[in-house]
Structure formats: structure tokens, C-alpha cells
Design a protein around this ligand. Structure first.
Ligand SMILES: [Zn+2]
Ligand SMILES: [Zn+2]
Length: 324
């Protein structure tokens, strides 16, 4: 457990994914507030309870829960905490919708994967994983919607939500201006570049996936904030804010060039490209890989550098022939 700016404590909870842990932040000022919650398992609950106790609190003292985004590691046990404490839960409306339409979301994920050339076996494994992972989260029902422009008041400070769509459509970062602290959810992470996951609930999402474009826009959107400390949704804090933003922009520029060079070897589906970039991924990671490639393909399509042909319901991309 670490403390930042005197009032914000990081509590690391275990998650059964490659990232291994996620961060809950306790804001130790009236009303006692948690940012994100971890997944709904007994272990996760126990670690949270023990960590709060060491800070002099119990679960029942939590008055407010702010959710950065609707991925299950971030909201999974919100309902359980809220039921025990009476804490009010705040979330962006788009993330609430995503949580409430998870079955539809899975069907759309399956159809996007098929449309992009993913083998049936791999599609099935992804969907099975998504179904079983749902045990780690309880859907939210009683929530308050939160958006940019709102103020989250504490006794002696105000936290401002900043809407940063990309990794997820309704992702909110929370900015504590007076201390230059940005609680970033999965918008910024220290070691890895966050995946702008496709939003299959959006129409025509296959080839017109705007998540990466939105994500890059959301990166540029926050670049002029005065930030001396980023508190991310996973891993260690980030001290060099500007360098972290540059690193992400650079990563995607390089990735666009790599995707073009893979296509220069001939026509490919998004799945084919994802296998070149991420050869070892399995199950749900296959979806994350295809999702990320679709983000780059949609930017290259928009720039007129590649073209798309559909045959038998599957999308194939190739370098655009610009010869007259
Ligand atoms: Zn996430
Ligand atoms: Zn996460």
C-alpha cells in the first residue's frame, strides 16, 4: 500500500489476468471514496478489507465508489461493497450500458472476429472465456451517471472527471488539479500501451473501428494538463507524464508502419496480421490482438493507404494500388 498527495492510497488487488494486479485508490477524505473496486472474488475482497483496515477503515466506511470504466477488474465488486456500506456508485453512462448489455456485446465480438478471419475454434474459446470471466463481476443497477464537467466534491478538494474514450468508450480519468494528480484508469499505464478495444456495440464496427482514433485523440486531449503524478489502473505510478504520452503516440506511429509493411507482402485479414504481431496469444488475447489491429487498419483506410474487400463475409485488406 502506498500513499500519494497525503490523501490518496493505492491498494493493489489480485486479478487472474497477465497483468496480475489492479489498483484501487482510496481517497481518504470525507466522503470516503474508492476509485475502482477489483474483481468479485473472496481473495480480492479480503485483500481490500485488510488494506482498508490498515488505513483505519472498514468496508462500511466507504461512502462513494467512482468507476473509471466498465471492465470487470475495475467494477466487479462495486455492488458487493455498495451493498455492505451503502456507498453510491458513479460511472459514465456508456460504461453502464456496456455492462448492462454484456450478452449482446459477446455476440457482436463473435461476429467481428468471424468477419475478420478468426478461426472458429479461436472465436469459440474467446466467447467461452468471456462467459466464464463474467463470474468475476456483478452487473451494476443502482448508479449515478458521471461525465466531464461534473465536480466530485470532497471536504477540502474537488476531483474532475475527464472523458477519455478509446480503451473503453466511457472511460473517465479523475484529475486533482491542485496536486497535479491524474487517476488514469487504463487510459495510461506504465509498462504497456493500453489497448483501444473495439466497441462492438457501435454500428459497422469491423472496418470502421474508431477506438484507436478516439484513443489517440484522448491522449492529445490531456497533454496540456499540469500533471506531476499519474496513478494508473494497473502497476506503478507514472512520474513523467509528457514522456508517457509521447511514448504512446510513438508506439502507434510505428505500429501503423509495421502493419503497412506486413500488408506489403500481400492481402491479409486483421486476424492474419494479429498473428504476425502477437504470435503467442490465446483465448481472449486473440480478440484483443484483432481489436488492436482493426484500430490501425481503420486509420490506414481513412488515410487512403490501404483498401478493403469483403469476400464470403470476411474482410481482406491490401495496400492500395495507386498506379493510374
Ligand atoms: Zn480496462
Ligand atoms: Zn484494467
Amino acid at each position: 500500500m502506498k500513499e500519494y498527495g497525503q490523501k490518496i492510497h493505492r491498494i493493489e488487488l489480485p486479478v487472474p489476468f497477465p497483468l496480475k494486479t489492479m489498483n484501487v485508490y482510496l481517497i481518504d477524505q470525507e466522503p470516503i471514496t474508492l476509485v475502482d473496486t477489483g474483481i468479485k472474488t473472496d481473495t480480492s475482497f479480503q485483500v481490500l478489507e485488510d488494506s482498508l483496515r490498515r488505513l483505519g477503515y472498514g468496508i462500511e466506511d466507504v461512502r462513494r465508489i467512482l468507476i473509471t470504466h466498465g471492465h470487470l477488474d475495475h467494477y466487479g465488486q462495486a455492488k458487493r461493497i455498495s451493498a455492505l456500506s451503502g456507498a453510491e456508485v458513479f460511472i459514465h453512462v456508456e460504461e453502464y450500458r456496456r455492462i448492462r448489455s454484456i450478452a449482446q456485446f459477446r455476440r457482436q465480438v463473435a461476429s467481428v472476429l468471424v468477419q475478420n478471419g478468426t478461426p472458429k475454434d479461436s472465436v469459440n474459446k474467446t466467447i467461452e472465456y468471456m462467459k466464464s470471466a463474467q463470474q468475476w463481476a456483478e452487473p451494476l443497477d443502482d448508479v449515478h451517471f458521471l461525465n466531464e464537467g461534473d465536480e466530485i466534491s470532497f471536504k477540502n478538494m474537488v476531483l474532475r472527471p475527464i472523458h477519455c474514450p478509446g480503451h473503453s468508450p466511457g472511460l473517465l480519468c479523475f484529475y486533482l488539479e491542485e496536486k497535479g494528480i491524474l487517476i488514469s484508469g487504463d487510459h495510461l499505464l506504465k509498462e504497456i500501451s493500453p489497448n483501444p478495444i473495439i466497441n462492438p456495440l457501435q454500428k459497422g464496427v469491423g472496418s470502421r473501428n474508431t477506438s484507436l482514433k478516439q484513443y489517440l485523440h484522448s491522449i492529445r486531449k490531456i497533454k496540456d494538463l499540469e500533471v506531476s503524478l499519474v496513478l494508473p489502473g494497473h502497476g506503478e505510478p507514472i512520474r513523467d507524464f509528457k514522456a508517457a504520452l509521447e511514448k504512446i503516440l510513438h508506439h502507434h506511429e510505428q505500429r501503423l508502419a509495421t502493419v503497412l509493411s506486413i500488408l506489403s507482402r500481400g492481402e491479409k485479414t486483421a486476424y492474419d496480421i494479429s498473428r504476425v504481431l502477437f504470435p503467442d496469444t490465446k483465448s481472449f488475447e486473440v480478440f484483443l490482438g484483432v481489436s488492436e489491429v482493426l484500430g490501425h487498419l481503420s486509420i490506414l483506410l481513412e488515410e487512403g493507404k490501404i483498401s478493403l474487400r469483403s469476400r464470403n463475409g470476411i474482410d481482406y485488406y491490401s495496400i492500395r494500388d495507386t498506379r493510374p
